[in-house]
Design a protein. Sequence first.
Length: 476
Amino acid sequence: MTIPLWTADEILDATKGKCSRADWTVDGVAIDNRTIEAGDLFIAIKGPNDDGHAYVASAFANGATAALVSEIPENAADGGILVLVDDTQSAMEALGRASRARVDAQIIAVTGSVGKTGTKEALAVVLSDQGKTHWSVGSYNNHWGVPLSLARMPRDVEFAIFELGMNHSGELGPLSKMVEPHVAIITTIAAAHLEFFKDTSEIAAAKAEIFEGITRGGAALLNADSEHRELMKRFAREANLARVWHFGEAPDTEINLKNITLKPQSSDALVTIQGHIKQISLPVPGRHWVQNVLAVLGAVELVGGDVDKAVRALHLLKAPSGRGVQMTLECEGGSFVLVDESYNASPIAVQAALKVLGKMEMSKGGRKIAVLGDMRELGEKTTEIHASLANDLSENEIDMLYACGPNMKHLFNAVSPPRQAGYASSSDELVEDVLRTVQASDVVLIKGSLGSKMKVILDALIKQSEMLRAVKKAGA
Ligand SMILES: Nc1ncnc2c1ncn2[C@@H]1O[C@H](COP(=O)(O)OP(=O)(O)O)[C@@H](O)[C@H]1O
Ligand SMILES: [Mg+2]
C-alpha cells in the first residue's frame, strides 16, 4: 500500500481544524479548483479578486476528497468532507511547516532576480537521478506557492527544491523560515521589480532575507560576479551561516568557471568545484545557463550529492516553457527558427536572450529578428532602461527590431532606422506585420513581460506553421 500524503489526523493536528470525520486521507493539495486531481485536499484561499470558498463545490465535483475552509460554503453542504479552520492561509502555512518538520531531506531554496525557475528545474533534473526529489511547480514562489509546495512534499523525499520570490522587502524572510533550507542559492541580483525598490542594493538586501531561514549548519551559495558580492557577503556573515560559497568567474570561488564555449544550441565549460576539475556540456544555449548550472553543481556538492553523477545528468536539461525553447517552424518558402522567451522579461534576461540570438548560426539570407514586448515594473528608470537595449541590439548584430508596447517605443526610437522593422502599442496590432515579414532561414526571438502578451505573436506563428504543414502534407 502506498503511504498517503496526509492522513486526516495529521491535517487536523497541523491546522487545528475541526472535522466530523477522521477516516480519510489525501494524496495531493491544491488551491486552484482547475488543477484538482482525484484524492486532493482543496484549500479555499481568499485572494484579492477571488474567494476559493466559491469553488468548493466544483473542487468536489473534480474529485477533491476534502476541503479546508474558514466558513461553510452554501452550495457545498452535500459535497465531500469539510475541515473548518479560522483562517485558511494560516492553515496552509501550518501544513507547510508540518510537512517540512516531518521530512528527513536535504532542502534547497532558490531565489534571485532571474534564473530561479531554470535553476530549480535543473536541480530537479540532476537530483531526481540521485534520490526521491520534490520541487515547486512552475514559479510557485510567493506566500501561496511556497506553503502549497511544502504541503505537497511527500514524506519520504531525500531532496526538495523550492523557488522563493518577492516583489517587496520583508517577503522573503518569512518564506525562507517556512522552508528552512540547508542551502540557499541567490542566482543574481539585477534590476527587476525595480518599481518597488530604490536601487539594486535594496534588492540585494531583500534577497539576503533568504538567509533568515537557513538551518543551523546550512550554507549560502552566492554569485561571485555580482556587483553586490561584498554586500551579500556581509549579510551572510551577519546571518552567522556555517558556509558561504561563491560561484562564478571571479578567482577564488568554490565553484569556479575556468573556460566557456558558447555555441548556437549548447555550451561547454570547464569548471572547478572546490579545486576538482569538471568538464560540463549543456544542451541549452547562453552564458546565463552556464551560470545557473554553476549554482546547481555547488548545491549538489553542499547537500552531499554526487557531483560527477550530476555532471552526467546535465544532458537532460531543457529550457522551461517560454524561457528559451527553440523550435523550427514553417513559413512561405521554407522554415525558420523561433526562440520562445515569451514568459517574462527583465533587462538582464533580455540581454541574455539577445546574446543567444547573436550567437545563432545563420544560413544564407537569414535575418536575426528580435520581437520585444514591454518590460514592466521598472519604475522611473523605465524609459532609460528600455532605450539602453539599443546597444545590445547592435553588439549582437540583430538585423531587425519589432517593438511592442509604450515602453518598448523608447527602444524603437533609440535604434537606427535600418533596424526599425515595426512598432505597435499591443501584440494584437503587431502580429500581422511579423507574420508578413518572417521568411525562410530567419531566426526570430520573442520576448516580453507576461503582461505584454507576446505569446499572441508566438501562437500566430505556430498556427501559420501548422497550416502550412497541413497543406504540404495534403499535397504530398
Ligand atoms: N542567470 C541568468 N542571467 C540572466 N538571465 C537569465 C539567467 N537565468 C535565466 N535568465 C533569463 O531570465 C528568463 C527567466 O528565467 P527564469 O528561470 O524563469 O527566472 P525567474 O524564475 O527568476 O523569473 C529566462 O528566459 C532567461 O532568458
Ligand atoms: Mg520563476
